[in-house]
Design a protein around this ligand. Structure first.
Ligand code: GLN
Length: 486
């Protein structure tokens, strides 16, 4: 078996037991990247030199008998909106095309302390705004299952890299589905942790009350392992939860006997593609056969999630992106006659269309005359959605719904109509609005052979239940075993 087929946990074990050296791991992986990357275009930056330097240091420490960490020597891809010291962090935007941070995000510090090696920065929708990675100003990432189709977004580069095995694992960010949706489109595992579980320090802000960092992996076990590494309180992030540290690997129990799984029938009824519907029904049957009890729940306000999301997220984005003024950092226009012109030109040249659309929308809903009508109401509906979930969790341990209503679409299919693109997120967005954890696991294929993802949602900070159910589903199905031919 080729080395690059391994999961994080099995690779870390082989390195630790000296069956292979870290250099061999990198040699094998970069050879794979050289062969495959041109077909997938998952990476904005490859950090080969840096990776080999890290490998050398880690190997020396390992050979000296030191414990190099739970991810010792394991290569990882990082979404390009997570700051990496000395490594370009572009957010796939012209605005930050040449931005090199001089500090690490907390998640990067944690990964490095656990022995992981950054092998590259992954492509994404500009500033994480999008569902197909087509909004990247740098390149077009292809879905490894069909190069005429999108990998999903906004963490499309991360998901495509893991799916095509040019990364053992990756970090993504999820504001409205950006980890789970591309994971679903590429047939890998994507975990969006509870808001506050993982530090956002050093993660370029899109919508601060919704953003969370999480792992994209080949298995549920790897998702648990990465969560162990990146979760935890951080004084540099005031929204970071101060809770006792948990070992999520303990949750990998192949048993869901008696677990109550909620199905919000009415909410998912409309717009569900026939193949996805069939895969969903099969998944429910599998879960029932494994001893789970399927219970009806209602999420009455979930249908308002998208308008709510596009008010709150754009409002926060318009404020967060105000900092790119062409002066402090970021793209600066060359010719200008006044300060005003410098601002306008720099922002006009630096931002893409979707980012501009959202800044305009966000500025509008926050403006004096419209604040109450839009932003305030958006926040009120947000509370209703949170209450909805709370009520649902009184009768179930977790909720199961497809990750997306449709499978991956062709390039250009939805770019001319932003609303159509936004609708793709209907099943992932409510989770961010309520700050809950959710995971997407491979759950089938449509008639064209494109992957389908199943999503589990649990109570806030109950990643244990989430992982246990997802693990059981994975262990008793074989969708994750299929790999794209690339
Ligand atoms: N697709 C959604 C959007 O366009 C979600 C993006 C995300 O989660 N970063 O905003």
């Amino acid at each position: 078996m080729e080395l690059y087929h391994l999961t994080v946990s099995s690779l870390a074990k082989k390195i630790k037991e000296k069956e292979i050296t870290i250099k061999e791991v990198l040699d094998n992986l970069y050879t794979r990247i050289e062969a495959v990357e041109q077909k997938v275009d998952a990476y904005i930056t490859l950090t080969k030199e840096y990776a080999y330097e890290r490998a050398k240091i880690l190997q020396e420490r390992l050979d000296a008998g030191e414990d190099i960490g739970i991810m010792g020597g394991v290569p990882i891809a990082i979404k390009d909106n997570i700051c990496t010291n000395g490594i370009k962090t572009t957010c796939a935007s012209k605005m930050l095309e040449n931005f090199v941070p001089f500090y690490n995000a907390t998640v990067i510090e944690k990964l490095e302390n656990a022995g992981a090696i950054i092998i590259g920065k992954a492509n994404m929708d500009e500033f994480a705004m999008g569902s197909s990675t087509e909004n990247s100003a740098i390149k077009k990432t292809k879905n490894p299952w069909d190069n005429e189709r999108v990998p999903g977004g906004s963490s499309g580069g991360s998901a495509a890299a893991v799916s095509s095995e040019i990364a053992y694992c990756a970090l993504g960010t999820d504001t409205g589905g950006s980890i789970r949706q591309p994971a679903s489109f590429c047939s890998v595992v994507g975990l969006k942790p509870t808001y506050g579980l993982v530090s956002r320090y050093g993660v370029v802000a899109y919508a601060s009350s919704l953003d969370q960092v999480g792992p994209i992996t080949k298995s549920v076990e790897d998702a648990a392992l990465l969560l162990n590494v990146i979760a935890g309180n951080d004084k540099k992030d005031s929204t970071s939860a101060n809770l006792e540290k948990k070992d999520y690997l303990q949750s990998l129990i192949n048993d869901i006997q008696g677990k109550k799984l909620g199905v919000p029938k009415k909410f998912i009824e409309t717009g569900l593609n026939a193949d996805v519907k069939k895969a969903y029904e099969d998944a429910l049957q599998t879960l029932e056969d494994l001893g789970a009890e399927i219970v009806d729940i209602s999420l009455d306000y979930a249908k308002y999630s998208l308008p709510t999301y596009y008010i709150i997220a754009t409002a926060e984005a318009s404020s967060n992106l105000g900092r790119y003024d062409g002066i402090r950092y970021g793209h600066r226009a060359k010719n200008f006659d006044s300060l005003e012109e410098l601002y306008v030109k720099s922002r006009t040249e630096g931002f893409g269309d979707e980012v501009k659309r959202r800044i305009m929308l966000g500025t509008y809903v926050l403006s004096a005359g419209y604040y109450d009508a839009y932003y305030k109401r958006g926040q009120q509906v947000r509370t209703l959605i949170i209450e909805d979930f709370k009520k649902a969790f009184e009768t179930c341990d977790a909720i199961v719904i497809p990750t997306t209503p449709n499978t991956s679409f062709k390039f250009g299919e939805k770019t001319s109509n932003p609303i159509e693109m936004y609708l793709e997120d209907i099943f992932t967005v409510p989770v961010n609005i309520a700050g809950l954890p959710a995971i997407s696991v491979p759950g089938g294929f449509d008639t064209k052979g494109m992957p389908i993802g199943m999503q589990f949602i649990s109570k806030a900070f109950d990643e244990e239940t989430l992982l246990q159910i997802a693990y059981t589903f994975e262990q008793n199905t074989n969708f994750h075993e299929s790999k794209p031919t690339i």
